[in-house]
Design a protein around this ligand. Structure first.
Ligand code: NDP
Length: 295
């Protein structure tokens, strides 16, 4: 089984490395070609010259780009993916995408006899490196079975969620919960610090109580209290995810003021902290408003 992988970003790179380490023949492509060249050298993969060339020998094409629109943008033209893919191929999109664009891509590929599943991941860069990602899949379950062994090279928990777009929707709602936890924890801890409570002590209590979350148990102790703020998942990408979650709520006519407010707050944070800031750096915006550091 030949695999093509497009998008060697923060999480795509370790996912592709797991495919190579499993011994599957792999061709890689990245918009900035030097990253693909370095990957090919290090992992014994072939470097594709264009998306079409990358897909030409492949049975399964995996994409991991910032947005579904970026994936749709790779399909057309003489160098595009569709020029290299054949009837019977599968496109597995691991982008945290949006359901509407995934359905558009699915329909476009179906006209050519190419299958599509949305398969966004969670578990972060370290989960990708260890091969322990959770993968949420939308699409035909029979197509999932055809690609499962490839997904198992970087994923541990692989869950079929529904039709095309369902994986994207579950991922967006999960990340919207992450975003609300970050903001609410920052607001609450900023207030406690102003009251004179040590934030480490407050987290110790919260993490033994009902308010705890991954944010309070891991992100705040490891990244906020230490002021290390490592750049593992860009705030701009989380802003995109919360926007998708708010859109899913609108489409389904579910009143969702908390999701909408979180989407707006992350839009403000993206505007003030910039494109390369890490998602946890949203805490700095709350700290600035409060005039206090959570440390
Ligand atoms: P990065 O920003 O680190 O990397 C993005 C990748 O996409 C790069 O390879 C970039 O190429 C490429 N790219 C960007 N725009 C385009 C375009 N228009 N056409 C072609 N290639 C493009 O993102 P991540 O790897 O962090 O994230 C990828 C996806 O995975 C996102 O949807 C994200 O939400 C999701 N995700 C990320 C997690 C994480 O912890 N990082 C966790 C779970 C999901 P170039 O090198 O040229 O910039």
């Amino acid at each position: 089984m030949n695999i093509a992988f497009l998008g060697l970003g923060a999480i795509g790179q370790p996912m592709a490395a797991r495919i190579a380490a499993a011994g599957l023949p792999l061709t890689v492509w990245n918009r900035t070609a030097s990253r693909a060249a370095e990957f090919a050298r290090e992992h014994g993969a072939r470097q594709g010259t264009t998306p079409a060339d990358t897909a030409r020998e492949a049975d399964i094409v995996v994409t991991c780009l910032p947005t579904s629109r970026d994936v749709a943008g790779l399909l057309d033209g003489a160098d595009g993916l569709l020029a290299g893919m054949r009837d019977g191929n599968v496109l597995v999109d691991c982008t945290s995408g949006d359901p509407a664009t995934s359905r558009f891509i699915h329909n476009k590929l179906a006209e050519r006899g190419i299958d599509f599943i949305d398969a966004p991941v969670s578990g972060g860069v370290s989960g990708a490196q260890k091969g322990t990602l959770t993968i949420m899949v939308g699409g035909d379950p029979k197509v999932l079975e055809r690609v499962r062994s490839v997904l198992e090279t970087f994923g541990q928990k692989i869950v079929h969620c529904g039709d095309v777009g369902a994986g994207d929707a579950v991922k967006a709602i999960n990340n919207a919960l992450l975003a609300t936890h970050i903001l609410a924890a920052a607001e609450g801890l900023a207030a406690l610090v102003k009251l004179g409570v040590n934030p480490g002590v407050a987290l110790d209590v919260i993490n033994a109580s009902s308010g705890r979350s991954n944010t309070s148990m891991n992100l705040f102790p490891e990244r906020v209290l230490t002021r290390s703020f490592p750049r593992t998942f860009r705030l701009a990408l989380l802003e995109k995810d919360v926007g998708i979650a708010a859109e899913v709520a609108r489409e389904t006519r579910v009143p969702a003021p908390v999701l909408q407010l979180t989407a707006d707050l992350f839009r403000i944070a993206r505007g003030s902290l910039g494109e390369s800031a890490d998602h946890v750096e949203a805490v700095k915006m709350i700290e600035q408003w409060a005039g206090v550091e959570i440390a």
